[in-house]
Design a protein around this ligand. Structure first.
Ligand code: CP
Length: 357
Protein backbone atom coordinates (compact mmCIF):
# COMPACT_ATOMS: atom_id res chain seq x y z
CA UNK A 1 0.00 0.00 0.00
CA UNK A 2 1.31 3.47 -0.86
CA UNK A 3 1.22 6.03 1.89
CA UNK A 4 1.63 9.82 2.09
CA UNK A 5 3.70 12.06 4.35
CA UNK A 6 0.57 13.64 5.84
CA UNK A 7 -1.19 10.45 6.90
CA UNK A 8 -2.25 10.38 10.56
CA UNK A 9 -0.67 13.73 11.44
CA UNK A 10 -2.32 16.35 13.64
CA UNK A 11 -3.31 19.78 12.34
CA UNK A 12 -2.95 21.84 15.51
CA UNK A 13 -0.24 24.39 14.68
CA UNK A 14 0.80 23.46 11.12
CA UNK A 15 2.14 26.98 10.56
CA UNK A 16 5.03 25.79 12.74
CA UNK A 17 5.00 22.01 12.14
CA UNK A 18 4.46 21.66 8.37
CA UNK A 19 7.05 22.73 5.82
CA UNK A 20 6.54 25.37 3.14
CA UNK A 21 6.48 22.55 0.57
CA UNK A 22 3.75 20.76 2.54
CA UNK A 23 1.69 23.98 2.62
CA UNK A 24 2.18 24.26 -1.15
CA UNK A 25 0.99 20.66 -1.62
CA UNK A 26 -2.14 21.38 0.41
CA UNK A 27 -2.84 24.60 -1.52
CA UNK A 28 -2.42 22.79 -4.86
CA UNK A 29 -4.58 19.85 -3.79
CA UNK A 30 -7.33 22.21 -2.57
CA UNK A 31 -7.29 24.03 -5.92
CA UNK A 32 -7.44 20.68 -7.78
CA UNK A 33 -10.38 19.60 -5.64
CA UNK A 34 -12.08 22.95 -6.21
CA UNK A 35 -11.81 22.48 -10.00
CA UNK A 36 -13.13 18.91 -9.74
CA UNK A 37 -16.04 20.13 -7.60
CA UNK A 38 -16.87 22.82 -10.19
CA UNK A 39 -16.92 20.09 -12.88
CA UNK A 40 -19.25 18.00 -10.70
CA UNK A 41 -16.68 15.16 -10.52
CA UNK A 42 -17.59 12.44 -8.01
CA UNK A 43 -15.26 12.75 -5.00
CA UNK A 44 -17.16 10.35 -2.77
CA UNK A 45 -14.51 7.63 -2.95
CA UNK A 46 -11.82 9.77 -1.28
CA UNK A 47 -12.86 9.17 2.36
CA UNK A 48 -15.52 6.51 1.87
CA UNK A 49 -17.08 5.46 5.21
CA UNK A 50 -14.59 7.49 7.25
CA UNK A 51 -15.99 9.46 10.19
CA UNK A 52 -15.14 12.98 11.33
CA UNK A 53 -16.15 13.91 14.88
CA UNK A 54 -16.46 17.64 15.52
CA UNK A 55 -16.68 19.54 18.83
CA UNK A 56 -17.53 23.23 18.79
CA UNK A 57 -17.10 24.92 22.19
CA UNK A 58 -17.88 28.24 20.42
CA UNK A 59 -20.21 29.43 17.68
CA UNK A 60 -19.33 28.98 14.00
CA UNK A 61 -20.94 29.31 10.59
CA UNK A 62 -18.15 28.86 8.03
CA UNK A 63 -16.03 26.26 9.78
CA UNK A 64 -19.00 24.12 10.84
CA UNK A 65 -20.80 24.18 7.48
CA UNK A 66 -17.71 23.52 5.36
CA UNK A 67 -16.32 20.67 7.45
CA UNK A 68 -19.79 19.06 7.49
CA UNK A 69 -20.30 19.48 3.74
CA UNK A 70 -16.67 18.61 2.93
CA UNK A 71 -16.48 15.23 4.67
CA UNK A 72 -19.82 14.21 3.15
CA UNK A 73 -18.72 15.24 -0.36
CA UNK A 74 -15.69 12.97 0.15
CA UNK A 75 -17.96 10.04 1.02
CA UNK A 76 -17.49 10.15 4.78
CA UNK A 77 -19.73 10.72 7.79
CA UNK A 78 -20.02 13.86 9.90
CA UNK A 79 -20.89 13.51 13.60
CA UNK A 80 -21.20 16.71 15.62
CA UNK A 81 -20.67 16.23 19.35
CA UNK A 82 -22.11 19.18 21.21
CA UNK A 83 -20.02 19.91 24.35
CA UNK A 84 -22.57 20.24 27.15
CA UNK A 85 -24.83 17.62 25.57
CA UNK A 86 -22.02 15.10 25.58
CA UNK A 87 -20.03 15.08 28.83
CA UNK A 88 -17.82 18.12 28.31
CA UNK A 89 -14.20 17.03 27.76
CA UNK A 90 -12.01 18.40 30.56
CA UNK A 91 -8.32 18.61 31.37
CA UNK A 92 -7.04 17.24 34.66
CA UNK A 93 -7.85 19.72 37.43
CA UNK A 94 -10.91 21.07 35.60
CA UNK A 95 -13.25 18.09 36.22
CA UNK A 96 -16.84 18.59 37.40
CA UNK A 97 -18.48 15.32 38.57
CA UNK A 98 -20.99 13.86 36.09
CA UNK A 99 -20.73 16.98 33.88
CA UNK A 100 -17.25 16.65 32.41
CA UNK A 101 -15.22 13.69 31.26
CA UNK A 102 -11.43 13.50 31.26
CA UNK A 103 -9.96 14.14 27.78
CA UNK A 104 -7.89 10.95 28.03
CA UNK A 105 -11.11 8.89 28.05
CA UNK A 106 -12.95 10.94 25.41
CA UNK A 107 -10.02 10.94 22.97
CA UNK A 108 -9.25 7.23 23.32
CA UNK A 109 -12.90 6.28 22.86
CA UNK A 110 -13.51 8.49 19.80
CA UNK A 111 -10.29 7.47 18.08
CA UNK A 112 -11.35 3.79 18.30
CA UNK A 113 -14.59 4.43 16.40
CA UNK A 114 -13.80 7.39 14.11
CA UNK A 115 -11.03 8.67 11.85
CA UNK A 116 -10.38 12.27 13.01
CA UNK A 117 -11.47 14.66 15.77
CA UNK A 118 -11.92 18.35 14.93
CA UNK A 119 -12.13 20.89 17.77
CA UNK A 120 -12.87 24.60 18.17
CA UNK A 121 -12.15 26.17 21.54
CA UNK A 122 -11.17 29.66 22.73
CA UNK A 123 -12.45 32.33 25.12
CA UNK A 124 -14.87 31.44 27.95
CA UNK A 125 -14.64 27.61 27.61
CA UNK A 126 -10.86 28.08 28.00
CA UNK A 127 -11.31 30.58 30.91
CA UNK A 128 -9.64 33.28 28.74
CA UNK A 129 -6.33 31.74 29.81
CA UNK A 130 -4.04 32.33 26.83
CA UNK A 131 -2.80 28.97 25.51
CA UNK A 132 -5.31 26.86 27.50
CA UNK A 133 -7.31 25.85 24.42
CA UNK A 134 -4.16 25.01 22.46
CA UNK A 135 -3.00 22.84 25.37
CA UNK A 136 -6.43 21.15 25.35
CA UNK A 137 -5.90 20.17 21.70
CA UNK A 138 -2.45 18.81 22.48
CA UNK A 139 -3.96 16.74 25.29
CA UNK A 140 -6.46 15.27 22.82
CA UNK A 141 -3.54 14.49 20.48
CA UNK A 142 -1.67 12.72 23.28
CA UNK A 143 -4.49 10.21 23.70
CA UNK A 144 -5.93 9.96 20.17
CA UNK A 145 -4.20 7.82 17.57
CA UNK A 146 -6.25 9.58 14.87
CA UNK A 147 -5.58 13.15 13.64
CA UNK A 148 -6.69 16.11 15.77
CA UNK A 149 -7.79 19.06 13.63
CA UNK A 150 -7.67 22.56 15.11
CA UNK A 151 -10.76 24.43 13.91
CA UNK A 152 -9.52 27.52 15.90
CA UNK A 153 -7.98 27.70 19.32
CA UNK A 154 -6.71 30.68 21.29
CA UNK A 155 -3.38 30.73 19.42
CA UNK A 156 -3.98 29.46 15.89
CA UNK A 157 -6.67 29.21 13.20
CA UNK A 158 -4.75 27.17 10.60
CA UNK A 159 -7.83 26.20 8.57
CA UNK A 160 -8.53 29.90 7.99
CA UNK A 161 -4.88 30.59 7.15
CA UNK A 162 -4.84 27.79 4.56
CA UNK A 163 -8.02 29.09 2.89
CA UNK A 164 -6.48 32.58 2.86
CA UNK A 165 -3.27 31.37 1.21
CA UNK A 166 -5.38 29.55 -1.42
CA UNK A 167 -7.24 32.83 -2.05
CA UNK A 168 -4.00 34.82 -2.43
CA UNK A 169 -2.66 32.20 -4.87
CA UNK A 170 -5.87 32.41 -6.92
CA UNK A 171 -5.74 36.21 -7.05
CA UNK A 172 -1.99 36.71 -7.63
CA UNK A 173 -0.78 33.36 -9.02
CA UNK A 174 1.80 32.98 -6.23
CA UNK A 175 3.35 34.68 -3.22
CA UNK A 176 6.72 36.18 -4.19
CA UNK A 177 6.62 39.97 -4.29
CA UNK A 178 3.11 40.19 -2.82
CA UNK A 179 2.80 42.99 -0.22
CA UNK A 180 0.52 41.61 2.49
CA UNK A 181 -0.75 43.69 5.43
CA UNK A 182 -2.44 42.16 8.44
CA UNK A 183 -3.93 45.07 10.32
CA UNK A 184 -5.88 45.50 13.53
CA UNK A 185 -9.39 46.93 13.04
CA UNK A 186 -11.70 48.33 15.72
CA UNK A 187 -14.59 46.35 17.20
CA UNK A 188 -16.99 47.18 20.03
CA UNK A 189 -16.15 43.84 21.62
CA UNK A 190 -13.05 43.90 23.85
CA UNK A 191 -12.83 40.11 24.15
CA UNK A 192 -11.71 38.39 20.95
CA UNK A 193 -9.13 35.69 20.22
CA UNK A 194 -5.96 36.51 18.28
CA UNK A 195 -5.81 33.19 16.45
CA UNK A 196 -6.53 34.59 12.97
CA UNK A 197 -3.87 37.33 12.86
CA UNK A 198 -1.28 35.01 14.39
CA UNK A 199 -1.95 32.15 11.95
CA UNK A 200 -2.21 34.43 8.94
CA UNK A 201 1.10 36.27 9.54
CA UNK A 202 2.83 32.93 10.14
CA UNK A 203 1.43 31.47 6.91
CA UNK A 204 2.11 34.65 4.91
CA UNK A 205 5.77 34.83 6.01
CA UNK A 206 6.14 31.07 5.50
CA UNK A 207 4.96 31.47 1.90
CA UNK A 208 7.50 34.26 1.32
CA UNK A 209 5.34 37.39 1.07
CA UNK A 210 6.36 40.90 2.18
CA UNK A 211 4.34 41.05 5.38
CA UNK A 212 3.41 44.11 7.43
CA UNK A 213 1.65 43.80 10.79
CA UNK A 214 -0.14 47.02 11.81
CA UNK A 215 -1.75 47.58 15.19
CA UNK A 216 -2.15 50.24 17.89
CA UNK A 217 -0.17 49.94 21.11
CA UNK A 218 -1.70 47.39 23.48
CA UNK A 219 -2.62 44.96 20.66
CA UNK A 220 0.75 43.23 20.37
CA UNK A 221 0.67 39.56 19.34
CA UNK A 222 2.45 36.65 21.02
CA UNK A 223 6.24 37.39 21.01
CA UNK A 224 7.02 33.74 20.15
CA UNK A 225 4.91 34.08 16.99
CA UNK A 226 6.57 37.37 16.05
CA UNK A 227 9.99 35.69 16.35
CA UNK A 228 8.81 32.82 14.10
CA UNK A 229 7.57 35.31 11.48
CA UNK A 230 10.99 36.97 11.41
CA UNK A 231 12.64 33.55 11.03
CA UNK A 232 10.27 32.51 8.21
CA UNK A 233 10.73 35.84 6.37
CA UNK A 234 14.50 35.37 6.55
CA UNK A 235 14.28 31.76 5.27
CA UNK A 236 11.98 32.61 2.35
CA UNK A 237 13.61 35.95 1.45
CA UNK A 238 10.35 37.75 2.04
CA UNK A 239 10.08 40.44 4.71
CA UNK A 240 8.31 41.17 7.98
CA UNK A 241 7.79 44.45 9.80
CA UNK A 242 5.52 45.85 12.53
CA UNK A 243 4.05 49.38 12.42
CA UNK A 244 1.63 51.33 14.64
CA UNK A 245 0.02 53.45 11.89
CA UNK A 246 -3.28 52.42 10.30
CA UNK A 247 -3.07 54.25 6.94
CA UNK A 248 0.60 53.32 6.45
CA UNK A 249 -0.35 49.62 6.31
CA UNK A 250 -2.54 50.21 3.24
CA UNK A 251 0.03 52.06 1.12
CA UNK A 252 0.88 49.99 -2.00
CA UNK A 253 -0.45 46.81 -0.39
CA UNK A 254 -1.63 44.04 -2.72
CA UNK A 255 -3.53 42.39 0.14
CA UNK A 256 -5.00 44.11 3.20
CA UNK A 257 -6.54 42.03 5.99
CA UNK A 258 -7.88 44.47 8.60
CA UNK A 259 -9.64 42.64 11.43
CA UNK A 260 -10.17 43.05 15.16
CA UNK A 261 -8.49 41.02 17.85
CA UNK A 262 -8.31 41.23 21.63
CA UNK A 263 -5.73 43.48 23.29
CA UNK A 264 -3.05 41.97 25.51
CA UNK A 265 -5.29 42.97 28.49
CA UNK A 266 -8.17 40.63 27.64
CA UNK A 267 -6.29 37.43 28.51
CA UNK A 268 -5.24 35.71 31.73
CA UNK A 269 -1.69 34.40 31.54
CA UNK A 270 -0.55 31.21 33.27
CA UNK A 271 2.88 29.63 33.53
CA UNK A 272 3.44 26.06 34.76
CA UNK A 273 -0.22 25.88 35.83
CA UNK A 274 -0.04 29.09 37.94
CA UNK A 275 -1.55 32.49 37.17
CA UNK A 276 1.13 35.11 36.43
CA UNK A 277 -1.10 37.92 35.10
CA UNK A 278 -4.83 38.59 35.23
CA UNK A 279 -6.97 40.12 32.48
CA UNK A 280 -7.53 43.87 33.01
CA UNK A 281 -10.87 44.84 31.48
CA UNK A 282 -10.53 48.51 32.41
CA UNK A 283 -7.30 48.77 30.41
CA UNK A 284 -8.83 46.64 27.63
CA UNK A 285 -11.70 49.17 27.33
CA UNK A 286 -9.25 52.08 27.39
CA UNK A 287 -6.95 50.84 24.59
CA UNK A 288 -9.94 49.71 22.54
CA UNK A 289 -11.61 53.11 22.82
CA UNK A 290 -8.37 54.76 21.69
CA UNK A 291 -8.35 52.52 18.58
CA UNK A 292 -11.81 53.61 17.35
CA UNK A 293 -10.35 55.25 14.25
CA UNK A 294 -9.06 51.90 12.92
CA UNK A 295 -12.08 51.36 10.62
CA UNK A 296 -11.42 50.50 6.96
CA UNK A 297 -13.07 52.99 4.61
CA UNK A 298 -12.66 53.80 0.91
CA UNK A 299 -10.00 56.35 1.92
CA UNK A 300 -7.70 53.53 3.10
CA UNK A 301 -8.56 51.21 0.18
CA UNK A 302 -7.59 53.99 -2.27
CA UNK A 303 -4.06 53.81 -0.84
CA UNK A 304 -3.64 50.15 -1.87
CA UNK A 305 -2.17 48.88 -5.14
CA UNK A 306 -4.51 49.24 -8.14
CA UNK A 307 -5.07 45.45 -7.98
CA UNK A 308 -5.22 45.46 -4.17
CA UNK A 309 -7.73 43.19 -2.41
CA UNK A 310 -9.56 43.40 0.93
CA UNK A 311 -9.63 40.20 2.98
CA UNK A 312 -11.50 39.32 6.21
CA UNK A 313 -12.14 35.91 7.75
CA UNK A 314 -15.75 36.85 8.69
CA UNK A 315 -17.87 37.43 10.64
CA UNK A 316 -17.11 41.15 10.30
CA UNK A 317 -18.36 43.90 12.60
CA UNK A 318 -19.75 46.15 9.88
CA UNK A 319 -19.64 49.87 10.72
CA UNK A 320 -16.84 49.23 13.25
CA UNK A 321 -14.10 47.18 11.53
CA UNK A 322 -15.13 48.18 8.01
CA UNK A 323 -17.70 50.17 6.06
CA UNK A 324 -20.33 48.42 3.91
CA UNK A 325 -18.90 50.27 0.91
CA UNK A 326 -15.54 48.45 1.34
CA UNK A 327 -16.68 44.96 2.36
CA UNK A 328 -19.32 44.92 -0.41
CA UNK A 329 -17.05 46.76 -2.84
CA UNK A 330 -15.04 45.65 -5.90
CA UNK A 331 -11.81 44.97 -3.97
CA UNK A 332 -13.43 42.70 -1.40
CA UNK A 333 -12.79 38.94 -1.71
CA UNK A 334 -14.37 37.89 1.60
CA UNK A 335 -16.87 35.47 0.06
CA UNK A 336 -14.11 33.85 -2.03
CA UNK A 337 -12.16 33.28 1.19
CA UNK A 338 -15.21 31.75 2.89
CA UNK A 339 -15.84 29.51 -0.14
CA UNK A 340 -12.22 28.37 -0.05
CA UNK A 341 -12.72 27.09 3.49
CA UNK A 342 -14.57 24.13 1.91
CA UNK A 343 -11.71 23.22 -0.42
CA UNK A 344 -9.04 23.81 2.25
CA UNK A 345 -10.81 21.47 4.67
CA UNK A 346 -11.30 18.80 2.01
CA UNK A 347 -7.57 18.86 1.20
CA UNK A 348 -6.63 18.64 4.90
CA UNK A 349 -9.00 15.73 5.53
CA UNK A 350 -8.03 13.89 2.33
CA UNK A 351 -4.33 13.92 3.19
CA UNK A 352 -4.45 13.49 6.97
CA UNK A 353 -7.19 10.87 6.98
CA UNK A 354 -5.56 9.05 4.09
CA UNK A 355 -7.94 9.43 1.20
CA UNK A 356 -5.16 9.98 -1.30
CA UNK A 357 -2.69 7.22 -0.55
N1 CP B 1 -13.84 32.57 9.91
C1 CP B 1 -14.43 31.61 10.65
O1 CP B 1 -13.76 30.74 11.26
O2 CP B 1 -15.79 31.64 10.62
P1 CP B 1 -16.75 30.89 11.63
O3 CP B 1 -16.48 31.46 13.01
O4 CP B 1 -18.14 31.20 11.15
O5 CP B 1 -16.46 29.42 11.60
Amino acid sequence: MRTNAFLGRDWISPELDYTKEEWESLIDLALDMKREFALNKDQSGVLKNQTLFSMFFNQSLRTRSTFAAGIQQLGGNYVELDPGKTYTPAREGFDIPYKTERIADVARMLSRVGDAIAIRMYGPPAYWIYGFANATMHEFAEYSDKPIINMECDMYHPCQALADMITVKEKFGGFKGVNFTMSFAYSGSIEKPRAVPQSVILAATKMGMNVTLAHPEGFELDPMIIEKCKEFAHQTEGSFKIINDFDEGFKDAHVVYPKSWGSTYCFNYHKDGKEVKKADHEMAEKVNEAAKGWCTTKKQMDLTDKNGIYMHCLPADRGQEVTDEVIDGPKSVVIDEAENRLHAHKAIMALLMGGRQ
